[in-house]
Design a protein around this ligand. Structure first.
Ligand SMILES: [Zn+2]
Length: 306
């Protein structure tokens, strides 16, 4: 245990620090982009295999159109971009996996309202992938695991270690990993805002979009337990980033704004079943709970998709 933990800790120390695009926040990432993109492609196939891809032109067209404009400013020539609409009016969500694999659930359409709103959603999700948040979370999980192993080894036998490790798991969620994830969510808001503006979408639309999300969510979760910033914090942050985003927008070729087709059967709030399947790589726009730190390299946990 100690040797394995020490090895991971050493690797963590020796790993060169990455930096997130735009924000230049330094990150500890122990997984190569190639490895990450491979995991992303595999996870995408698994999700698509369990989903109903919506090929209707009026649904897929806007997803593809907005997505391609964002992809052009993403500056990732190594990504093989794919944009897919998934027919599921109950899921108000979207995701982008490493390597540029993007899916939009049709349940987000009524909240996005237009291609500009869709650009807010896709900008945020694509930003998670560009900033390699999934790899960062997995790396944090590895370090937390190694730290837990060391702690258990140092504290010796008896009933103690298990109790300590359990407590450590909770501590890792509430004390170490959770605030970091909220940092990532804010960073995805920030980078997403700049991406949409560079792609020619009016970043001021982000405020209206998140206000619609707030109304749909009906009462925000307490900020401390949410991996997303509270609605109030999010709006303040977006206001602060808007001048920077507006400079990009003014310099861009403006995209036309088209209404999205009406999607029947949407409900105000849902807890997506398949969310757990790709939680290592994606955010749930409505996430209110606390997710466990990742326990392995696998992008798909064994009990996913149930
Ligand atoms: Zn997010």
């Amino acid at each position: 245990m100690l040797r394995r933990g020490a090895r991971v800790a050493l690797a963590a120390l020796l790993a060169s620090c990455a930096a997130a695009p735009y924000t230049r926040r330094s990150q500890l990432i122990l997984i190569s982009p190639e490895e990450e993109n491979k995991l992303g492609a595999r996870a995408f196939q698994q999700v698509l295999g369990k989903s109903h891809v919506d090929g209707r032109e009026q649904v897929n067209g806007p997803v593809e159109g907005v997505g391609q404009r964002l992809a052009r400013v993403a500056e990732r020539p190594d990504y093989k971009w794919r944009f897919v609409a998934i027919d599921d009016p109950k899921q108000q969500n979207a995701f982008c996996l490493p390597g540029g694999k993007v899916a939009v659930y049709t349940g987000i359409f009524p909240l996005a309202e237009s291609t500009n709103g869709l650009a807010v959603v896709l900008g945020h999700e694509i930003a998670h992938a560009l900033a390699r948040h999934g790899a960062e979370r997995m790396s944090q999980g590895l370090v937390a695991q190694a730290g837990g192993s060391l702690l258990g080894a140092w504290l010796g036998g008896g009933p103690g270690p298990n109790t300590i490790l359990a407590a450590y798991g909770l501590g890792a969620q509430l004390g170490v990993l959770l605030p970091y994830s909220r940092t990532q969510e804010s960073e995805a808001d920030h980078i997403g805002l700049l991406l949409m503006a560079r792609a020619g979408y009016d970043p001021r639309g982000a405020l209206a979009f998140w206000q619609r999300m707030e109304r749909a969510a009906g009462g925000a979760p307490p900020e401390f337990l949410s991996t997303h910033p509270s609605h109030g914090t999010r709006e303040q942050q977006i206001q602060a980033w808007l001048p920077e985003a507006m400079r990009y927008y003014e310099a861009s070729a403006h995209a036309g704004v088209e209404p999205l087709p009406a999607i029947a059967g949407a409900t105000p709030r849902s807890t997506p079943r398949s969310d757990r399947a790709h939680e290592f790589f994606t955010c749930n726009l409505f996430r209110a709970g606390v997710s466990a730190p990742p326990s392995s390299f696998s992008p798909i946990s064994n009990d996913a998709m149930r």
